[in-house]
Ligand binder design. Sequence first.
Ligand code: ZN
Ligand code: ZN
Length: 263
Amino acid sequence: MGAPAAMRMREAAPLAFAGRWARRIARLALPQACILCGASCVNMSQRPMCPGCDADNWNEARLRCRVCAIPLSFVGARGRSGERYVCEPCKKTPPAFERTFVLADYRAPLEQLAVGLKFGGRLLVAREFAHGLGRVATDELTLEHWPDVVTPVPLAHERLVERGFNQAWEIARPLARALAVPADPALLRRVANTSPQSRLDLDARRRNVGAAFRVERPVHGLHLALVDDVMTSGATLEAAARALKAEGARHVTNFVALRTAKD
Ligand SMILES: [Zn+2]
Ligand SMILES: [Zn+2]
């Protein structure tokens, strides 16, 4: 670098620094629109959701299966000791993953958020989901059960090209930051195309995504946090977890924003 260029950089650095701070302060002071209700408020936490929507939507009193996060009735949740809060299907046929955390049911008005993220590219929604999931992890997991790597459920290549982004990765990246662990967008790869899930029954859905993932990195002995926006039958997460376990992964925990209440 020549002397004049170095001088210009020395002069420019404090300006860039001041600019960054000015933008940060402006963001704090300016009202921003809530991603759910659209009301504008000065949100000092810089969260994309306003405090009212946060209180109304993220504090569901739901008893869920600890393995697959399906909502349980209280009576159904009482099993033999040590098996509490595990649904019958998970007891009978344990999935390849050990645990699932979700923020809420897939329901109005929250479903708008998932749709807005996936089809409208509203990336602020992903930040909100990641914030909530990070909070759940901090509340529920001890350090010895902390994930080693965060990775998204990958999209099929054609869908990624069409959409331009993977919504699961947009959630996984800030979640990894919140958990202070590495994030890897390319740890899993889809190797088979699947037909749209919504038209198939549960058995067909499980077959449809069977063996659809390939593990692209060494995962032996690792605890993987697998991230997705929505969980319906759980077949996609099951297929991804099965691929990870086949490569020696120690533990798989799913982090999903919204879950349909029934398969
Ligand atoms: Zn709101
Ligand atoms: Zn279950």
